[in-house]
Each structure stands twice: as structure tokens, then as C-alpha cells.
Design a protein around this ligand. Structure first.
Ligand code: UDX
Length: 436
């Protein structure tokens, strides 16, 4: 199959490289010339484990190339994927669809022969209808089917998620469209990944509902963690205990500083807006957003509390800045309200992140960036673990303690055991472990 991938952001680049790896002929198109030049030189604009090697091997095999102009790629394609950004619109939280609309108009002019146009970007329900209308207005004779095929990729695990998905959702009622997408994803049937065909609007809603449900699951366990602290219970065991019930499942029950990232906050906000527009307010999802925002802001107070409420003039070391490990992405990271809150309370902040420091500097210019974890805690009155990078899971505790001014650790990801920290003489706070 020949595929044109419009947009070389996170989703477009990962999907394009994976499709090429399946054996399809893929052209990734982006208007940003500098980005395309860099990709042609083999430079990957985002940090995603394994992506550089995957792109390089498929370029070498002649299955993957890059273009700044879509005419040729779209003209030759069996399927054109729209994977451009849908940021939150300033002011109202709705998804900004201007890039999607612009892409649809441009694609319309370049279509030749039967083509399936697929929205992969996360878009409000009904966007497929709009894309189809725009294409038919611009090119009434086009032989086109517009489908929805949402992605469920996690940053840091995107290639694995693409190649071993729990399911693939294909939203179109058109048989020819289903056949082309079925053929594109056929290699995944080897991994027994179920292909689910639905109507287009259903597919669009599945994506939002999945993200909102996962965000709800995290927020639920975060509130249970707060209660566990007060009543003397251990939230990790509570999560294990409820997760063994097949109806609940064990995943996405890790209590922490609140969810961040490029998807959950933006998509839950957009879903709340869509629902209000249809006069069906989603009260649970609204509450999830409010609780999560409060939680992220509360983390600075948790640190202050661990220091007995005396934080002015103290030095706080922060390990991990990105919203999760294995990414350089700082979007809506819990570290941002945490560090800002600490600075507002008069603390000095030193920080280290394995890959996210360059991105972090733009968000958090007024802190000291350090070369590694041990340099970061030098002279610190408290250490806060914000992101659970693997390299923070087995720190030399003796060395850590010797470097710190006061042995206070606030572990917002529960990566250490309370007994172990106590044995090393630390004052240790974690999340939802009221038994410690
Ligand atoms: C998410 C969805 O998982 C993915 O399917 C969708 O396509 C895009 O959004 P991503 O944002 O990359 O992926 O990361 P994810 O691993 O889902 O984590 C999101 C946030 O939730 C992070 O801040 C993470 O730390 C937090 N989280 C996750 C928890 O606090 N506890 C958990 O148990 C799981």
C-alpha cells in the first residue's frame, strides 16, 4: 500500500515509520522545511526510544521518505493520514482544528483515483464529517472515503504500542474504506490485534472516552491515596487488591502527583467542551480535571509540610521534570506547578532530568540545572522525586544522604520503600502510604 502521512509530529512520525516497517511505501509530509531537512539527514526531532533506528532502517530500505509538499505523495497514495496537531484553543479549551481543516483542503486538490483519507489526530466528534465536506466542496469529483482511525500511543512506548496494540479502531461504514485500512493493518493480525470496525463518529468518541476513562482511573486512585494517608492504609496494596478484580484491572492505578502530558489534560478538556455543546455535561470528567489541577498545585504544599512548613530560603532538589519517563516532553508536567509553587514560597530549586532539561529551561528558567542526581542534591534541605526515570530507582542512598544538608525525601512516585528509607536515616514521605 502507498501511504501519505500529513504531519511529522509525534503521532505522524511514529505511525509513518511503523507503517513503513510493515512493508508499506510511506511519504511523511510536513510544511516545516527545517524539520524535513533534519529528518532527511537522519535527525529525529523528538525523543522516543527506538524511533531513530526505525526511521533509519526504513529510509535505507527505500520504504520511507520525506517531503515538504503533499501533491505527489497524495496523488499516488491509497490512504492519506491526517496527523497534524490539534492543540487546545486559547481561551475556551476546544480543540483547535485549523491545521486539520487546512490539511483537508490541500489534500482535496491533490487526490487522484480512489483514496481513503484518515484522521489520526484526536478530533472532536463530527470532524470526519467536516473533513469530508471540505474535500467534496474543494474537489466534487474526488473518489474518496473519509475514515477515523484514532491512535492510542503512549510516549516512551509508542513503537511497542503501535506494533502490539490492544485493538485498532477503524471508523467508517464504507466497505472500500474498510478494505484498504484492513489491508494496511493486516501485518498486525499476526500479533492477534483485533481490528474493530465502527461508524466514524463512534471511532472519534472511542478515543476521547478511552483517555477520559484512564484519566479518571488515575484520579480515582490519587484521591484514594489521600484517604489512605489519613486512615493508615497503603494505596499500593489497595490498588493491587482492587486491580486483581478483572472488572477493574491492575493498570493505571499508580498514585502520584497527578497526570500531565500532551493528551490526557487536553483531551479531557476538549471532551468536557464537546459534551457541554451537546447539553450533556460530563460531571465525572469535569471533576477529574478539577481534582487533577488541584492536586498538581498541592504538591508544593506537600513538600513544604515535609519541611515542617519552613521552606523560605531552603534548597529543594527535584529529580525528574518531564511529565513521565522516557520522553523529553514537558507539556502539563506536574513538575511545573510544583517548582513554581516552591519558588513562590521562597525556596531555591535545583533540578536534574535525564533528557528533558533543555525543554524544561523554557518553562522553568529560574532554577539551577545540575548534571546528575548526586550533584542535584548537593546541600539540599529536601529531595523531591517527581518523575520515575529508571536511573532514579536505585540511587546510592548513602551517597545521597551524605550530599544533602537534611535527609528529607518526598517520593511522589513511590519508587522507594519506607522501611528502606528509614533504615538509611531519611525522613521519608511518599504518596498514599499511611502505614509508613
Ligand atoms: C496517553 C494514553 O495512554 C495514550 O493511549 C494516548 O494515545 C495518549 O495519552 P501518554 O500521555 O503518552 O499516553 O502517557 P501515559 O503513560 O498514559 O501517562 C499519562 C500521565 O498519567 C503521566 O503524567 C503519568 O505519570 C500519569 N499516570 C499514568 C499516573 O499518574 N498513574 C498511572 O497509573 C498511569
Amino acid at each position: 500500500m502507498k501511504i501519505a502521512m500529513i504531519g511529522t509530529g509525534y503521532v505522524g512520525l511514529v505511525s509513518g515509520a511503523c507503517f513503513a516497517d510493515f512493508g508499506h511505501q510511506v511519504t511523511c509530509v510536513d510544511k516545516d522545511e527545517a524539520k524535513i531537512d533534519a529528518l532527511r539527514r537522519g535527525e529525529i526531532p523528538i525523543f522516543e526510544p527506538g524511533l531513530d533506528a526505525l526511521v533509519a532502517s526504513n529510509v535505507k530500505a527505500g520504504r520511507l521518505d520525506f517531503a515538504t509538499e503533499l501533491t505527489t505523495a497524495v496523488g499516488e497514495a491509497d490512504a492519506v493520514f491526517i496527523a497534524v496537531g490539534t492543540p487546545s484553543r486559547r481561551g475556551d479549551g476546544h480543540a483547535d482544528l485549523s491545521y486539520v481543516h487546512a490539511a483537508a483542503r490541500e489534500i482535496a486538490g491533490a487526490l487522484k483515483g480512489f483514496t481513503v483519507v484518515v484522521t489520526k489526530s484526536t478530533v472532536p466528534v463530527g470532524t470526519g464529517d467536516e473533513v469530508e465536506l471540505l474535500i467534496r466542496e474543494a474537489n466534487p469529483s474526488a473518489d474518496v472515503v473519509v475514515a477515523s482511525n484514532p491512535e492510542f500511543l503512549r510516549e516512551g512506548a509508542a513503537i511497542r504500542d503501535f506494533k502490539f496494540p490492544d485493538r485498532i479502531v477503524v471508523g467508517t461504514d464504507d466497505e472500500r474504506g474498510r478494505k484498504v485500512l484492513g489491508e494496511i493493518y493486516r501485518p498486525l493480525s499476526l500479533n492477534a490485534a483485533p481490528l474493530m470496525y465502527t461508524a466514524r463518529r463512534t471511532a472519534e468518541l472511542i478515543k476521547y472516552a478511552a483517555n477520559a476513562f484512564l484519566a479518571t482511573k488515575i484520579t480515582f486512585i490519587n484521591e484514594i491515596a489521600d484517604l489512605a494517608e489519613k486512615v493508615g492504609a497503603d494505596v499500593q496494596e489497595v490498588a493491587r487488591g482492587i486491580g486483581m478484580d478483572n472488572r477493574i484491572g491492575p493498570k493505571f492505578l499508580h498514585a502520584g502527583p497527578g497526570f500531565g502530558g500532551s493528551c490526557f489534560p487536553k483531551d479531557t478538556r476538549a471532551l468536557v467542551k464537546i459534551a457541554l455543546d451537546h447539553d450533556v455535561p460530563l460531571r465525572i470528567v469535569e471533576a477529574v480535571l478539577a481534582v487533577n489541577d488541584n492536586r498538581k498545585r498541592a504538591m508544593a504544599r506537600k513538600v513544604s509540610h515535609a519541611l515542617g512548613g519552613h521552606i523560605r530560603g531552603k534548597t529543594v532538589a527535584v529529580l525528574g521534570l518531564t511529565f513521565k519517563p522516557d520522553t523529553d516532553d514537558m507539556r502539563e508536567a506536574p513538575s511545573i506547578p510544583l517548582v513554581t509553587g516552591l519558588l513562590d514560597m521562597g525556596a531555591k530549586v535545583r533540578a536534574f532530568d535525564p533528557v528533558g532539561m533543555e525543554q524544561a529551561r523554557a518553562e522553568l528558567p529560574d532554577i539551577t540545572y545540575c548534571d546528575d542526581a548526586y550533584a542535584c542534591v548537593e546541600g539540599a534541605d529536601a529531595l523531591v522525586i517527581v518523575t520515575e526515570w529508571v536511573q532514579f530507582r536505585a540511587l546510592d542512598l548513602g551517597r545521597l544522604k551524605a550530599a544533602m544538608k537534611q535527609p528529607v525525601v518526598i517520593d511522589l512516585r513511590n519508587i522507594y520503600r519506607p522501611e528502606q528509607m528509614a533504615a538509611h536515616g531519611f525522613v521519608y514521605e511518599s504518596v498514599g502510604r499511611g502505614t509508613s
